[in-house]
Ligand binder design. Structure first.
Ligand code: CVU
Ligand code: MN
Length: 594
């Protein structure tokens, strides 16, 4: 059974079979087809989508078809009672728009109008979408390209794709609502992303901000407010499977073997404590720590670390790495999303990626642009293939998920998978590909460990980032591309010029020849901050759909226009998609902002 998380139930998808209310023949003739559409949609969603804990997504179908306002109200009541967080209206016929529409302003909504000829499903679709636009309730329209016969209960592939894309993004919106971002510490080294903007989390994500001082870790370590049995298990696993790598420090700055041993115990305790802080732990209540047992209901957190903590205590890199990874000493499990340097905007981006894919997310500094000429100058090697246009060196200050090694395989190729698809061999492969090196004493005076690995090449990935601009609000930027595996000697030469004991992912964004994607250099030059969240797969279209639900405009992306799926209201803001997105988001404002 998947690990219980937080105090929020997973939101369900509500399906609204909507019908022409005229009895004495019309309605009766449509009842079966309408309800069958709802059942087909529910089956499609539950068979293809899972919650982050691995359980199938649950759908709730209205008790009866919705022919007017009374049945709309009955359905709304049932959805509220059942914890519905996303709604999909389906219909094969004409219905009465404002009498049957879903009026809940906070839950993502879509309408699937059957492309049939016997009854005008498309006409209702257009009418109700117009109603949603007029009422300021943007909704997604779904209409199959090919005409279907009235008795055809199949869901065409284009309709399937849109229903699933809408449901993935709608569930992500709904899963964030009511949870917390937990700041463990405050602003790290003047990084603006770690200035936690509570209006952003509250108005755009419907989330609460929680804060703890980093001294809480010392209190809990000193007073042994953690599960000591779990600690012994975690420490034994760590000693057995987490290989210690090279110490990058000069001999006279290296910590003694005893100190290093103590550091391992310290950083493993940090790991348990951070998990308890985010998620709570009933075991603590049994140990007499009732308040600490509750946790902060945090779906995402950030750890400041640098500098005050790391100037004195072992760093948080091992903690951040293990929490963000899809497994630990208890085997595969849902990752805990934690942002390095408390970069809450990158943390929120990581959360988007995690909720859309159910996978672990890489956190990286966007550290260096290497032109092919520069690589050849310093290594003598000419770049080719995906590296021919140059590379971006993604490297964090010592932490990122072990899934980022690319040692999990999907169809024989490097991948990052949901935890329930990861087997023990892949767990071991990720660990075997990693070394934990004593921390660079220049940066981390208090010691600790850094995670060192090199991501395998040929993995499709998407890098993305949330930035906040005064007067505009949040924007999202996206770059789809792939990882590149350089030869060991080329990688070594480049990596040794920076921090060779940190995790590296060589990233080649997909170029379009236009604007920010004119070349690799422009991708780096247009990146809005020092960090990026990196997710497995090309998820740019889903991120765009999610951003539109949250009314966050997308300032940069390399997603083909036909993959873009936004509420129908966006069409009213012009044919040029980027400007229309900004105008629509500005017009409707944040989803929860009052
Ligand atoms: C150790 C260094 O201070 C790094 O932490 C620094 O380069 C950053 O990661 C800034 O985002
Ligand atoms: Mn950083």
């Amino acid at each position: 059974m998947a690990e219980k998380r937080l105090f929020n139930a997973f939101p369900k998808v509500g399906i609204r079979p909507t019908i022409d209310g005229r009895q004495r023949g019309v309605r009766e003739s449509l009842e079966e087809q309408t309800m069958n559409m709802a059942k087909s949609a529910a089956r499609l969603i539950s068979e293809n989508l899972r919650y982050p804990n691995g359980d199938p997504v649950e759908c709730v179908i209205a008790d009866r078809t919705i022919g007017g306002v009374a049945e709309s109200a009955m359905c709304a009541r049932k959805f509220a009672d059942q914890g519905v967080g996303v709604s999909l209206t389906v219909t094969p016929c004409w219905c009465y728009g404002t009498e049957t529409m879903d009026m809940d302003p906070f839950i993502p909504k879509a309408v699937w109008g059957f492309n049939g000829t016997e009854r005008p499903g498309a006409v209702y679709l257009a009418a109700v979408l117009a109603g949603y636009s007029q009422k300021g309730l943007p909704a997604f329209g779904i209409y199959g390209r090919e005409v279907q016969d009235a008795d055809d209960t199949s869901v065409p592939s284009d309709v399937r794709a849109k229903i699933l894309s809408f449901a993935r993004a709608g569930l992500a919106v709904s899963m964030m609502r009511g949870t917390s971002y937990l700041s463990m510490g405050s602003v790290s080294m003047g990084i603006a992303g770690s200035i936690v903007n509570d209006s952003f989390f509250q108005d755009y994500l419907g989330m609460r901000n929680e804060y703890i001082d980093m001294s809480e870790f010392i209190r809990r370590i000193d007073e042994e407010i953690y599960d000591k049995e779990e600690f012994e298990k975690a420490l034994a696993w760590t000693k057995k499977f987490c290989k210690t790598g090279q110490d990058p420090n000069p001999a006279d700055q290296q910590r003694s073997p005893e100190q290093k041993e103590q550091d391992w115990e310290f950083v493993v305790k940090m790991c348990l404590i951070a998990k308890d802080l985010m998620n709570g732990n009933p075991r603590l209540a049994e140990l007499g720590f009732g308040e600490e047992a509750m946790g902060h209901n945090a779906l995402v957190a950030g750890f400041q670390g640098q500098r005050q903590w790391t100037d004195h205590f072992p760093n948080g890199d091992f903690m951040e790495t293990i929490l963000n990874t899809s497994f630990d000493w208890n085997g595969p499990r849902q990752p805990y999303i934690v942002a390095t340097e408390n970069d809450s905007l990158n943390g929120a981006a990581m959360l988007f990626g995690h909720l859309l894919t159910n996978t672990a997310q890489i956190f990286s500094d966007v550290r260096t642009y290497w032109s092919p000429e520069a690589i050849e100058r310093v290594t003598g090697q000419k770049m080719s293939g995906a590296a021919a246009g140059g590379l971006i060196h993604l490297i964090n200050s010592g932490s990122t998920c072990l899934d980022g090694t690319g040692e999990q395989l999907k169809d024989g190729k490097p991948a990052i998978k949901p935890f329930w698809e990861i087997d023990e061999d892949e767990v071991q492969a990720c660990l075997a590909a990693t070394e934990f090196c004593p921390a660079d004493a220049g940066y981390f005076r208090g010691g600790g460990y850094s995670t060192d690995f090199l991501t395998r090449g040929g993995m499709p990935v998407t890098m993305f980032r949330i930035n906040i601009v005064k007067g505009l609000g949040p924007v999202l930027q996206i770059a789809e591309g792939e990882t590149v595996r350089l030869s060991d000697d080329v990688h070594r030469t480049l990596d040794d010029r920076t921090n060779p004991t940190w995790p590296t992912t060589w990233f080649a964004p997909r170029l379009t020849g236009q604007g920010a994607f004119r070349d690799v250099y422009q991708v780096m030059a247009n990146w809005g901050a020092n960090h990026g969240a990196i997710s497995y797969g090309h998820i740019g279209a889903d991120l765009i759909t999610l951003a539109s639900m949250l009314r966050i405009p997308v300032c940069m992306h390399n997603v083909d226009e036909e993959r873009i799926f936004r509420p129908s209201s966006w069409n009213a803001f012009g044919m040029e998609k980027e400007g229309a997105d900004y105008r629509a988001c500005g017009n409707f404002g944040s989803l929860y902002g009052v």
